[in-house]
Design a protein around this ligand. Structure first.
Ligand code: IPE
Ligand code: IPE
Ligand code: MG
Length: 245
């Protein structure tokens, strides 16, 4: 319990395949995926995880068939709105990262209300990546930096890694230490490319609608068995561990 990751990021994948395997429509899979979200948010809060980022919809997902995009958006926004009382009860603060300009106004309003209603909670930070992609985020950050240079707010000579970090949509959050992807795909799919630089990656064949707290614990235990070296040697890491204890 004292070696938990502070920040876990999850690519919630496999809803469509889960549904197809049961002869159902893809939206049926998304619908059941919501139950996994509830379970994992609850499990993370119980453990005392500080930050949980869930990849719910990528900018590339806008190119899916229209009925799926509409159905999924409605489900996401509707769920977030309905879950606000539970979030408040559990002291969970909601954040959203992504290109909100792509969302319909009604969805934006509902999200903004949910953000405001949970803004003073101090427990788990639940970060929903919605209409998000890393390349969108980095491009937006650079545009913003260029504008601040034009305005004289930022000097190009002062730019370092922390400056770039401050312009990302994740500026308030520490980098994820553990990234989980469900459903047997071994890729990042444009998720937090900058922030995952030193994250431990965990892949499982379990489809997202089947993913529960027990699966999260397995991922955390796997994470805890790894040696994180950050470019140093294993000997240095062991040395540091003994001097710190
Ligand atoms: C993840 O499940 C949810 C989203 C990407 C929105 P998918 O819909 O990608 O499911 P598969 O990968 O097709 O099974
Ligand atoms: C990544 O899943 C996006 C989300 C889980 C929201 P996809 O299913 O869209 O990714 P690809 O297309 O398989 O890479
Ligand atoms: Mg997928």
């Amino acid at each position: 319990m004292n070696r938990l990751p502070r920040h876990i990021a999850i690519i919630m994948d496999g809803n469509g395949r889960w549904a197809k395997e049961q002869g159902q429509d893809r939206l049926f899979g998304h619908f059941h995926g919501v139950e996994s979200v509830r379970n994992i948010v609850e499990g993370s809060a119980e453990l005392g995880i500080e930050y949980l980022t869930l990849y719910a919809f990528s900018t590339e997902n806008w190119d899916r068939p229209e009925y799926e995009v509409t159905g999924l958006m409605e489900l996401l926004v509707d769920t977030i709105r309905k879950e606000v009382p539970t979030l408040n009860k559990n002291n969970i603060r909601l954040h959203v990262i992504g290109d909100m300009s792509m969302l319909p106004d009604s969805a934006k309003n509902e999200l903004n209300e949910a953000l405001a209603e949970t803004a003073t909670n101090t427990g788990l930070n639940l970060i929903m990546a919605l209409s998000y992609s890393s390349r969108w985020e980095i491009t937006a950050a650079i545009k913003h930096m260029a504008k601040d240079i034009e305005n004289g707010k930022l000097h190009s000579g002062d730019i370092d890694q922390s400056t770039l970090q401050q312009y990302l949509s994740t500026s308030e959050f520490p980098d994820p230490e553990l990234m989980i992807r469900t459903s047997g795909e071994y890729r990042i799919s444009n998720f937090l490319l900058y922030q995952l630089a030193y994250a431990e990656l965990y892949f499982t064949n379990t489809r997202w609608p089947d993913f529960r707290k027990e699966n999260l614990y397995e991922a955390i235990l796997d994470f805890q068995g790894r040696e994180r070296r950050f470019g140093k040697t294993g000997e240095q890491i062991k040395q540091e561990a003994t001097t710190n204890n």
